[in-house]
Design a protein around this ligand. Structure first.
Ligand code: PLP
Length: 475
């Protein structure tokens, strides 16, 4: 029984991931232990059927509401090739922000006119390739617009298809986008340079996950489209960027975690401020958030966003990353060593926190890992089987923080003391759930000359032996 604050081992409150039959089928199949042996290091498994399901659920909202919409998968959320291949197969767009991402998207089958190029001040080579492939370019500054007009003016390519990225009025400190004065100047430049650039609309990307500010800003951008049209420009689309929320755990788990967590729950008395954690629970995740957004009435308007879009003949573009990757993969580490420290365990796994990373956000990844033994069984809860006596909490669990196999004090996968059903042993597997969105490779590096974790695509989970292959084949 769960008895609330666990003063004995000071384990952090549990944050179990939402149930996910496809991942659970993979874990039960015994495949993870086999692959851990085969790769001799940590690996990620990818579930592209989940990506397809998330994408269709999103597109279904457009069909349902009669709003013209287009999805561009934000490629930065995960570097695997399989997502882009799925986008190509589904006729879905991809949001790229570098020459490398643009090449990857083209190389894995997405036509250039299905791409949107975002990011600040883009290199000339990126502009050139984007224009040649007729990709949509989200222009971030007057400088960028000027160099794009200059580039196309040389006559080799063009016109460039562009969106103007707007600085959100609600986030004036953002380093992205054009402010009101710059926007007016940009419209003039577009009107003068109509043979070089074709203005298709406006874009934004907001931090945070609130929906009302997105609805308000979307309506503002529709206003910009009308203004552009008055200048003879053809603007007929707006991009609302990414930031569709994703839900990883039940509301009560996350609420309790935020309310109760304190430095005693973490290795080395580390502390995290509740506001820095990703909102691991959302009442309206993914497609549901889009549905709610379209139904919201923007500030100063009288009808919902869906009606304003339809009245204006405006297509809604969006660039979700994380939300399309919900339940689309997990990360498997092998336990390399275990030691006791002040009543809790320090577990070392065979990888680094670079593959499981909230490092840019002073935070850590909260969904709890699952402990499997080397045969793939979920660990039993039997103190009689402990190889050495370990202190257990009132609920019978033991507390363990998880460190990387590197020589840095700060390289921890989980600073918090996680409740495990028994002490892990070397050779056990620790599986972090739902890691496909930003937790697999955003910050990965071959630190210590450790190889990067392999990515394994599970093509079918509806059979006793899942079919698997590498995301990229070695050449
Ligand atoms: C990061 C980013 C996205 C994707 O954000 P998610 O939170 O993964 O949906 C989309 N568009 C732009 C411009 C971005 O920078």
């Amino acid at each position: 029984m769960d008895t609330g604050r666990n003063t004995d081992t000071a384990a952090a409150p549990p944050v179990p991931a939402l149930p996910d039959p496809a991942s659970e089928a993979v874990l039960r199949s015994g495949l993870p232990a086999e692959l851990a042996y085969a790769f001799g290091g940590p690996f990620h498994f990818l579930l592209p059927d989940a990506f397809d399901a998330n994408l269709s659920a999103t597109l279904a909202v457009f069909a349902e509401t009669g709003v013209e919409g287009k999805v561009y998968y934000a490629k930065k959320a995960n570097k695997a090739a399989v997502w882009v291949e799925r986008c190509a197969a589904a006729g879905c767009g991809v949001d790229v922000a570098s020459l490398g991402e643009l090449r990857e998207a083209l190389g894995h089958g997405v036509p250039g006119d299905q791409l949107v190029v975002t990011g600040p001040a883009k290199a000339a080579a990126l502009h050139e390739l984007a224009v040649r492939h007729r990709a949509l370019i989200a222009v971030d500054s007057l400088d960028e617009l000027d160099s794009l007009i200059g580039l196309v003016g040389t006559g080799r390519t063009g016109p460039a298809r562009i969106l103007l990225r707007c600085l959100p009025t609600s986030q004036p400190h953002s380093r992205f986008g054009l402010d009101a004065g710059q926007l007016a100047a940009a419209l003039e430049m577009c009107a003068r340079g109509a043979e070089a650039v074709r203005l298709e609309g406006f874009s934004f990307h907001l931090s945070g996950y609130a929906l009302q500010p997105r609805a308000d800003l979307a309506a503002e951008l529709i206003g910009h489209c009308y203004r552009a049209r008055a200048l003879g420009l053809g603007a007929d689309r707006i991009s609302i960027g990414g930031g569709l929320p994703t839900s990883y755990t039940e509301d009560h788990h996350f609420t309790r975690y935020l309310a109760e967590q304190h430095s005693g729950h973490y290795h080395a008395q580390k502390s995290f401020s509740a506001g820095d954690f990703y909102p691991y629970h959302s009442p309206t995740p993914g497609a549901q958030a889009l549905r709610e957004l379209l139904a919201l009435v923007p500030n100063g308007h009288e009808q919902p966003l869906s009606g304003i879009l339809k009245d204006g003949g405006i297509t809604l573009l969006m660039e979700p990353g994380r939300a399309l990757l919900h339940q689309a993969g997990a990360t498997v580490f092998e336990v390399q060593g275990v030691k006791e420290r002040d009543g809790y365990l320090l577990v070392t796994v065979n990888g680094t926190s670079l593959s499981l990373s909230e490092q840019w956000f002073n935070s850590e990844y909260l969904p709890d890992p699952v402990l499997l033994d080397s045969t793939g069984d979920e660990a039993p809860l039997d103190p009689a089987e402990d190889e050495q006596p370990v202190r257990r909490g009132p609920d019978g669990t033991c507390a363990a923080a998880v460190g990387a196999a590197t020589c840095l004090e700060s390289d921890m996968l989980s600073w918090r003391k996680i409740r495990l059903p028994r002490p892990p042993r070397p050779g056990d597997l620790l599986v972090y759930p739902d890691t496909a969105g930003y937790q697999m490779d955003s910050n990965e590096s071959p630190f210590h000359d450790l190889p990067l974790p392999a990515k394994v695509v599970i093509d079918r989970t509806d059979r006793a032996r899942p079919r698997w292959r590498l995301d990229r084949h070695f050449h």
